[in-house]
Design a protein around this ligand. Structure first.
Ligand code: TRP
Ligand code: ZN
Ligand code: CA
Length: 456
């Protein structure tokens, strides 16, 4: 299924290092390139490109018939329970039970989380796909409750069914993602995102930090659809836009969505968010009808929060595209290559060190590395000097924390500092500007920073 280029390092001393170009062919291949494959370097700085570790994994076409079958089940559940799947009603718990049974049967580890609001028990359903790097979680979510007025098939049976069928496709593919995949179905969104807030509030800080991104799907089958991609984290936005570009469907950005759905609690604690929305009780303009079809001057979803939000209130085309975009995002983000060990970031520009003077620095910009710096960060230093005992050397992390590499010494009379220091930098975020700080604290002998490098 997956082909990964051999992992090897190579130092590129050209100003611009480019990796293999990604080709997005029809039928969609998620072409995942190691981050940093396109590294534009600053004048004197030499950045080693990551090897082009390319994972090519075919993204499945999510069968819209399967998604519609889930919607038919939600409709039946509502019909059998007073026409609604709202929080606190029997139709909500029946919806949870339906989704949970499908996931349990497909090999997911499911967790039912309960909370109480408006005098009734609410439920979140969390499904983890076993495997992947537990410290890098890609998460997709949708609210499963409807309003009391109706069965909530577009809002939000559509997003719930779309992420469910994507999860089932993960299972059918036997996907072995590099990242850990998690799906969430939220209760009581219609009462103010109660379920997703509860989940995030009860997630320890360390667990929040492991979520690389949260994608929200609330209304993805609107009958007079538009395609609105949340304008939030650029990478998550870019992945969804890439899907739509690949099928030739224009998108607009969703700017009114901030705070209107379950991505908000995630965003509020600093988790990167994105998502898709095909429109609600806003009116489609003539320009939008020209680009997307449908009817200008009418709502994207005239049955928003109404009793007519039934299985008839769905655009199959929008539902199909929306579901396929979920799969595209999960495959692309979930199979992204982990940071490769051995990537070198180097600055070869000479920096004079004033005799018995102020400290000088030389910078290295680290990018494309996920997470924190290593516990054994290698700091290679090459300083030419006629009496190295004059020198005090520090490594400065992007957040300003300093690590003393070398103190001065009146007895160390040798020339030059050409060595590699090992620093436990595991509490530092890797990406950012690192500095080597050097000060000469005694008169007479002088020198310069010749080069220095960080190996991640
Ligand atoms: N459940 C949301 C709400 O009622 C649906 C919604 C409306 C939405 N506008 C949105 C979701 C924009 C995401 C983005 O508010
Ligand atoms: Zn909704
Ligand atoms: Ca000196």
């Amino acid at each position: 299924m997956s082909q990964r280029a051999s992992r090897r390092s190579r130092v590129l001393r050209s100003a611009v290092a480019t990796g293999a170009a990604a080709t997005l062919a029809a039928g969609f291949l998620a072409t995942t390139l190691a981050a940093g494959f396109l590294a534009t370097t600053a004048s004197a700085q030499v950045t080693q490109a990551r090897p082009a570790a390319v994972t090519v994994q075919a993204v499945p076409d999510i069968p819209v018939a399967n998604v519609k079958a889930h919607l038919a089940q939600f409709q039946s559940i509502a019909n059998a329970n007073g026409g609604t799947r709202a929080h606190g009603r029997a139709g909500y718990k029946a919806s949870v039970d339906y989704v949970k049974a499908k996931l349990d049967g497909a090999g997911f580890t499911t967790t039912l989380q309960t909370f109480t609001t408006s005098g009734a028990t609410g439920y979140n359903l969390i499904a983890d796909w076993p495997g992947g790097d537990a410290s890098h979680v890609i998460m997709a979510g949708a609210h499963l409750d409807s309003v009391t007025a109706g069965p909530g098939i577009n809002d939000n049976g559509s997003g719930s069914a779309g992420i469910l069928e994507t999860a089932l496709a993960v299972s059918r593919a036997g996907l072995q993602p590099t990242k850990h995949l998690r799906f969430g179905w939220w209760g009581a969104e219609e009462l103010g995102m109660i379920g997703s807030k509860y989940y995030v509030n009860n997630l320890p800080t360390a667990e929040r930090a492991k979520i690389d991104g949260y994608l929200n799907f609330d209304m993805i089958g609107s009958p007079n659809p538009g395609y609105f991609v949340y304008d939030d984290d650029p990478k998550l936005e870019g992945v969804l836009k890439n899907y739509f570009a690949g099928v030739g469907v224009p998108t607009e950005i969703e700017t009114n969505g901030d705070g209107r759905s379950d991505h908000a609690p995630f965003k509020n604690v600093g988790i990167k968010v994105g998502g898709l929305y095909t429109g609600g009780d806003e009116i489609k303009t003539a320009a939008q009808a020209t680009k997307w079809g449908g009817t200008a001057g009418q709502d994207f979803d005239a049955c928003y929060h109404a009793s007519c939000d039934t299985s008839a209130n769905i655009s199959d085309t929008a539902l199909d595209r929306g579901s396929d975009s979920i799969a595209y995002a999960i495959w692309t983000l979930g199979t992204e290559a982990p940071p490769l060990p051995g990537t070198v970031f180097e600055n070869t520009a000479d920096v004079q060190i004033p005799d018995n003077g102020a400290a000088v620095t030389s910078s290295v910009t680290v990018s494309g590395v996920t997470g924190n710096a290593p516990a054994a960060l290698q700091v290679g230093v090459d300083i030419k000097h006629t009496y190295r005992g004059d020198l005090v050397i520090d490594l400065v992390a992007p957040d300003g924390s300093t690590y003393r590499l070398k103190n001065s010494s009146t007895s160390d009379s040798a020339d030059n500092v050409v060595t590699t220091y090992t620093v436990n930098a595991s509490s530092e975020v890797a990406n950012g500007v690192w500095k080597l700080k050097v000060q000469d604290i005694a008169a007479q002998d002088t020198g310069y920073i010749n080069s220095w490098k960080l190996t991640f």
